[in-house]
Design a protein around this ligand. Structure first.
Ligand SMILES: [Zn+2]
Ligand SMILES: [Zn+2]
Length: 226
């Protein structure tokens, strides 16, 4: 876990490398230079950890398990609500996440499950114990289906009861981190940050409850485009 406000190389680097400015309409595919609109998908460069804006043909080339695998991996666009108690209250409390939201993804580069949650510095990282990840995977087939590097387990916990869990595209998580960096103030985040988080989850819930729309962005951000 990195101390709040720390600077220089640190665990958040894994996030920094994913971040990039929002594209403008008419931006080019970063793989083949074809013009793409605001509604486009993303491909992760596993070496640089860069998130690249991609046209549909390039995106299809690098879907997980696709013919062109290797250095690049397309971010799937599914959004799935997991059964209740996928992560129990006890699991959640053992993680000692100070706020009611976190996301987890397995990095094939580091071999670890990275956990990010909102904090005074915008986003804070810790690692999920691998034994807990393996237990969650063994207990719920959908958790086992989460694609390394490009999908995340997103969790929101209320004050009581088991947290709600979702599978979301990794680029949606980085959008969330962007909102937190923009809006999070002080220890508890303040009203703007909580509104941004509420809007984000409204988008996740809407996407999770509707059929997958191929060609659509991973999810609809509250203001503007990916
Ligand atoms: Zn392209
Ligand atoms: Zn993009």
């Amino acid at each position: 876990m990195s101390p709040p406000g720390s600077s220089g190389p640190g665990p958040l680097d894994i996030l920094e490398r994913f971040r990039k400015p929002r594209p403008r309409p008419g931006e080019q595919c970063e793989m083949c230079a074809t013009e793409i609109g605001t509604e486009h998908s993303h491909v992760v460069n596993l070496e640089s950890r860069g998130l690249m804006c991609a046209c549909r043909p390039c995106y299809l080339l690098f879907l997980p398990g696709g013919a062109a695998g290797g250095r690049y991996k397309s971010v799937p666009d599914r959004c799935v609500e997991l059964p209740e108690a996928t992560l129990t209250r006890g699991d959640w409390e053992s993680l000692q996440v100070p706020v009611g939201i976190a996301f987890f993804f397995f990095s094939s580069t580091t071999g670890e499950v990275h956990c990010f949650y909102p904090g005074p510095a915008g986003a804070t990282e810790s690692l999920l114990p691998l034994d807990m990840w393996e237990r969650l995977r063994a207990a719920e087939p959908l958790v086992a289906s989460i694609e390394a590097d490009v999908e995340a387990l997103l969790v929101r916990a209320e004050r009581e009861g088991d947290p709600a869990s979702y599978i979301v595209p990794i680029d949606a998580c980085y959008e969330l981190v962007g909102y937190l960096r923009m809006y999070w103030k002080g220890f508890d985040g303040g009203g703007e940050a909580h509104q941004a988080i509420d809007d984000f989850f409204a988008g996740v819930v809407a996407k999770a409850s509707s059929p997958v729309r191929h060609g659509a962005p991973p999810w609809a951000p509250p203001n503007g485009s990916l």
